[in-house]
Ligand binder design. Structure first.
Ligand SMILES: NC(=O)c1ccc[n+]([C@@H]2O[C@H](COP(=O)([O-])OP(=O)(O)OC[C@H]3O[C@@H](n4cnc5c(N)ncnc54)[C@H](O)[C@@H]3O)[C@@H](O)[C@H]2O)c1
Length: 346
């Protein structure tokens, strides 16, 4: 291996620690023995019980400190940096979701732009070893060339969410250039798994099924030209982040900033994903599960395909996501049935 492995003597500040990916990353780092400072405003974009359930698992770790706060509060962020002096910062707090950015654009500017700017300012005034931050595959917009490569043009975002993520990459580049902050942006591709986000399709379909409803599939009902998504299991995301944490980019052309895709590199048709979910739920429950489906037009802001090239990531840390949807969705289905305590006979 030609990259550094995780340094457990360092303090890791993780924003969005009660969120889906933030929780898994925090747990992994705590299990390795690292000190983790978690920040989250526990907003009610989705069921806060899930956020509290994640925190319940993190709280018993002696080296975990949780701070309920908003990254758009500049003074609070500065005070946290001053007090805890993190070596590595992972910014995952953000208003996520493509469709919600049409309903509530303000939330995206507040958390993703103002909040991220506060993190950059804090890193400027309290030098750190590495800033890792969440971008998104949505920056590729409606690009047709696949797989998506980090060198592709990403100047045509089709949602405000995507525009904020692309802005984050530009802001981080500038701060890295001006203040020598080593920074790595990660373009995540549709992340799923147990304790995941209820606003995402696989979770929503499952919930809808158990409440006896019809699932709406926004793909025009055209299976030949179905949407393709690179579905990435959360453990793969965490392993990718973990490997990158202690490998800040080296300075090149006066800047030490890099952007990587983290995706499965194996896109699936939306319908294949749904049928696999049905099978996995059938396995969990011991009876056949078939969703009631209705097919709807593609929603504004949704993109036809996401497909990650992982060459850069592999070169940097010798890793590419590998979990199949059969394996990952089975873990989700088993967790869902247990978490919501569904009886085998419904
Ligand atoms: N899950 C995915 O498929 C995916 C894909 C691409 C990018 N991302 C990005 O990865 C990051 C993590 O996503 P996730 O799926 O874990 O989402 P999540 O919504 O579960 O986690 C984000 C957490 O941040 C918190 N938060 C939001 N705004 C905040 C603020 N202003 N101050 C403090 N806390 C705040 C929320 O309460 C939430 O717990 C986000 O930046 C998201 O945009 C996720």
């Amino acid at each position: 291996m030609n990259f550094n492995t995780l340094d457990t003597s360092k303090t890791y500040l993780i924003t969005g620690a009660a969120g889906f990916i933030g929780y898994y990353l925090s747990r992994t780092l705590l299990e390795r023995g690292c000190r983790v400072i978690g920040i989250d405003n526990i907003n009610n974009y989705y069921d806060v019980n899930l956020k509290y359930s994640r925190l319940e698992i993190l709280n018993p770790f002696e080296k975990f400190t949780f701070i309920k706060g908003d990254i758009s509060d500049k003074n609070m962020i500065a005070a946290i940096f001053e007090e805890h002096k993190p070596h590595v910062v992972v910014n995952l707090a953000a208003q996520a979701g493509v469709r919600y950015s049409i309903e509530n654009p303000d939330a995206y500017i507040q958390s993703n732009i103002v909040g991220f700017h506060n993190i950059l300012e804090a890193c400027r005034h309290h030098p750190i070893d590495h800033l890792v931050y969440a971008s998104s595959s949505s920056v590729y917009g409606a690009n047709h060339k696949v797989p998506f490569e980090e060198s592709d043009r990403v100047d045509n975002p089709v949602s405000l969410y995507a525009a904020t993520k692309k802005s984050n990459e530009l802001m981080a580049y500038t701060y890295s250039h001006l203040y020598k902050i080593p920074a790595t942006g990660l373009r995540f591709f549709t992340v799923y798994g147990p304790l995941g986000r209820p606003d995402m399709a696989y979770f929503g379909f499952t919930k809808q099924y158990f409440s006896g409803g019809t699932i709406k599939i926004f793909n025009n009902g055209d299976f030949e030209n179905d949407l393709y998504r690179d579905f990435t299991y959360v453990d793969d995301i965490v392993e990718g982040i973990e490997r990158l944490l202690c490998n800040p980019p080296l300075e090149e052309d006066n800047v030490n900033h890099r952007v990587y895709n983290i995706g499965n590199n194996s896109p699936e048709k939306l319908m294949t994903f749904i049928q696999t979910l049905e099978k996995c739920l059938s396995n969990s429950l011991g009876r056949e599960v078939i969703f009631e489906k209705s097919f709807e037009p593609i929603k504004p802001g949704d993109v036809p395909a996401t497909y990650a090239s992982t060459d850069l990531l592999e070169k940097a840390v010798e890793f590419k996501p590998k979990t199949s949807i059969e394996e990952g969705l089975q873990k989700f289905a088993d967790w869902y049935c247990e978490f919501y305590q569904l009886s085998i006979s419904k």
